[in-house]
Design a protein around this ligand. Structure first.
Ligand code: PLP
Length: 374
């Protein structure tokens, strides 16, 4: 960072490493950020098209109004605005949890390897991130799995611990933590906030889910005072660019979160898109079923190539390409397929997103070709 300013940032900002967001111009088959490979439901585009120019101009000119949209989104997930709050994606929900509950100098346990934003927002606030590693198991030859150890989490708790962040399914590993484990932690540590990030919940057994998707921890919110559950429209609903999420909390906690939330963090167009997406939830559910089938295609390709992978319940698979990772990523990029280098999380690891079968088949054909040439 340059020092050409007389303004001195807070010590916490000076001390934290810079986060490098996705680069511009990610052209080709984008299987690097776990986005929806198709886009969003055509009904969302239709809803925007059918909005008259005057209504759109009003939407853009006016500050957002939340009540009706929030009630509708909350109801879809089986909640009311007493226990649900729309957010600018899950990222905003993480920031809100930190802002509302964590004092500088307190500690937050982060189960790793995981999504970078828990550490990012904690460091930004002067909260100390304490890492606890998932335990790794070999479940069959060439297939591994990460699992949460409650004992390891409890061993890291100190008098300063105020929060535990768990993504389930987790990114980049794909493992799903059983709800019973998360609720056990919530019960054992009643003064500690348990943040369950369910950004990828829609990909956990979508064929068995109701029209409102897999329930995960949502039904537990009302009777668990220290549990926050976050959902997003970025993955299954294909609205990552719109930035829309929803945070669920106990009715005793929600008013505090609402009080701390920036009043206009979610924009009107995002709400319009979100409501249209939920009105066509069957599209998202069908997409998720296909993404899960794609995951099986990716796993079969990896097995055929003798590449070890980690079992996933999300719309991506983490695998171990060892010392061939750089060449693999470059070779795929040359063929227009983007995957993500995850060696910062695990030695030799890379991650590939799963979406429509057609894109997955093309990606796997390119993958096989590149791998055999390495
Ligand atoms: C575990 C996890 N949580 C949250 C997010 C971000 O969600 P949103 O786009 O709703 O901010 C991601 C994005 O990749 C993620 O992997």
């Amino acid at each position: 960072m340059t020092d050409s300013t007389s303004l001195v940032p807070r010590a916490a900002i000076r001390a934290m490493p810079a986060y490098k967001p996705p680069q511009e111009g990610r052209r080709g088959l984008r299987l690097d950020f776990n986005e929806n490979t198709e886009g969003c439901s055509p009904r969302v585009i239709e809803a925007l098209r059918q909005t008259s120019a005057q209504a759109l101009a009003e939407d853009l000119a006016r500050y957002p109004e939340y009540d009706a949209a929030e009630a509708e989104i909350a109801a879809f997930f089986g909640h009311t605005p007493a226990t649900a709050l729309v957010t600018n994606g899950v990222d905003d929900a993480i920031l809100l949890a930190v802002t509302t509950y964590l004092d500088p100098g307190s500690e937050a346990i982060i189960v790793t390897p995981t999504f970078a934003m828990y550490r990012f927002y904690c460091q930004q606030a002067g909260v100390v991130p304490v890492e606890v590693a998932y335990q790794e198991y070999e479940v069959e030859t060439g297939v591994r799995e990460f699992r949460l150890s409650i004992e390891a989490v409890l061993a890291a708790v100190t008098a300063r611990t105020r929060a535990i962040f768990i993504a389930t399914p987790n990114n980049p590993t794909g493992n799903h933590t059983p709800e019973t484990q998360i609720l056990a932690l919530a019960r054992l540590l009643p003064e500690c906030l348990i943040f369950a990030d369910e950004a990828y919940a829609d990909f956990v057994d979508p064929a068995a889910a109701s029209s409102a998707g897999y329930e995960g921890l949502l039904p537990a919110v009302e009777e668990t005072p220290n549990l926050l559950v976050a959902r997003t429209f970025s993955k299954a609903y294909g609205l990552a660019g719109a930035r829309l999420g929803c945070l669920f909390a106990h009715p005793g906690a929600l008013p505090w979160l609402r009080k701390a939330h920036s009043p206009y963090n979610v924009n009107t167009l995002a709400l319009r898109c979100g409501r249209a997406a939920l009105a066509d939830a069957a599209w998202a559910q069908a997409y998720c079923i296909e993404a899960v089938a794609s995951r099986a295609v990716v796993e079969a390709t990896l097995t055929e190539l003798g590449i070890t992978y980690w079992k996933s319940q999300a719309n991506f698979v983490l695998f171990d390409s060892g010392d061939r990772t750089t060449a693999l990523i470059a070779g795929l990029r040359a063929r227009g397929v983007l995957i993500r280098d995850r060696r910062g999380d695990w030695p030799g690891a890379a991650r590939i997103s799963c979406g429509r079968l057609e894109t997955t088949r093309r990606a796997c054909a390119a993958f096989t070709e590149v791998w055999r040439e390495l």
